[in-house]
Ligand binder design. Structure first.
Ligand code: R5P
Length: 280
């Protein structure tokens, strides 16, 4: 049986049922009531950790009530927020570790995260990182003479996986951050001249990373610039900026609920990948 928390309710997964109710107490506290009659075997919670803390709390409360029933509880986390706060620097806490430590306390059987920003978070909460390379490679299989681009150092492994899948070369951008939501691309390692560049990233937030990357790639002679990214946050006026950018096409998945209407942006379904995790 699968339990979709509020943050994953937009996913049209096979086998989904109305198996719990979610209300709020007058004080604002969330109140979950599992109505499904399930007392043995294995269940899956599907739930993202969003910037809003209630999403994490829902996962924890579900985990607790289902484990109390003696069930083996697995989880798929379509999007893990706070993963970018992945080191302690000055007065800035290692928030990703805090979130992972909280998740660990449930004692999930198996945990899967769709494209976690930093796989090393695995040290605090054991999970399998699932990157939808397969989905993206289908979308971009017709690009002529592609070169896969990692928009920063952290994305090299992801880009390598995609390049292997497409049997092509990869190049890397060195990115410097000026502050939260303010990125600047600095240097390109690799030759993109007269080639179609495919940037692969875990998420698009303000759009700054890929817009700067596209400018740099064009400056270095790339033909068309495409983007594949797993999570679409599209904060602020990101969509408008992307529309005006030099990027030709963006493919994103629906790990987060999306309501974008842009000729440049195509949303592909993550459900088949999650179903594969659950049912195979
Ligand atoms: C950063 O290291 C991430 O992998 C993404 O590149 C970044 O978070 C995207 O954010 P934005 O769209 O605001 O540049």
């Amino acid at each position: 049986m699968i339990f979709l928390t509020s943050s994953a309710r937009h996913l049209k997964l096979k086998g989904r049922k109305r198996n719990y109710s979610l209300d709020k107490y007058p004080s604002g506290e969330i109140k979950i009531n599992v109505i499904a009659d399930v007392n043995s075997g294995c269940v899956f919670i599907i739930g993202s950790v969003l910037p809003d803390a209630n999403s994490l709390l829902e996962i924890m409360i579900f985990g607790d009530v289902l484990k109390e029933r003696g069930l083996k509880v697995n989880i798929v986390i379509p999007y893990l927020a706070y993963a970018r706060q992945d080191k302690q620097e000055g007065g800035e806490p290692f928030a990703a570790r805090v979130v992972c430590n909280i998740l660990r306390t449930v004692g999930f059987g198996k945990a899967y995260v769709i494209d976690a920003h930093n796989i090393k978070l695995n040290r605090f909460f054991r999970f399998i990182n699932v990157i939808p390379v397969n989905i993206f490679s289908k979308e971009f299989s017709r690009i002529n003479d592609p070169i896969v681009i990692a928009p920063d150092k952290g994305g090299v492994k992801r880009a390598k996986g995609m390049a292997d899948f497409l049997s092509c070369e990869m190049a890397c951008i060195e990115k410097a951050r000026l502050g939260p939501g303010r990125a600047i691309s600095l240097a390109l390692k690799g030759n993109v001249r007269n080639r179609n560049a495919l940037i692969i990233d875990d998420m698009i937030d303000t759009g700054g990373t890929i817009i700067n990357a596209a400018d740099l790639l064009k400056k270095n002679g790339a033909k068309d610039v495409y983007v594949a990214a797993t999570h679409g946050l599209f904060s602020g006026n990101a969509i408008k900026k992307l529309e005006k950018s030099q990027i030709k096409k963006i493919v994103i998945t629906n790990t987060l609920p999306l309501n974008v209407s842009s000729n440049k942006i195509k949303v592909v379904k993550i459900e088949p990948l999650i179903e594969k995790i659950i049912y195979s």
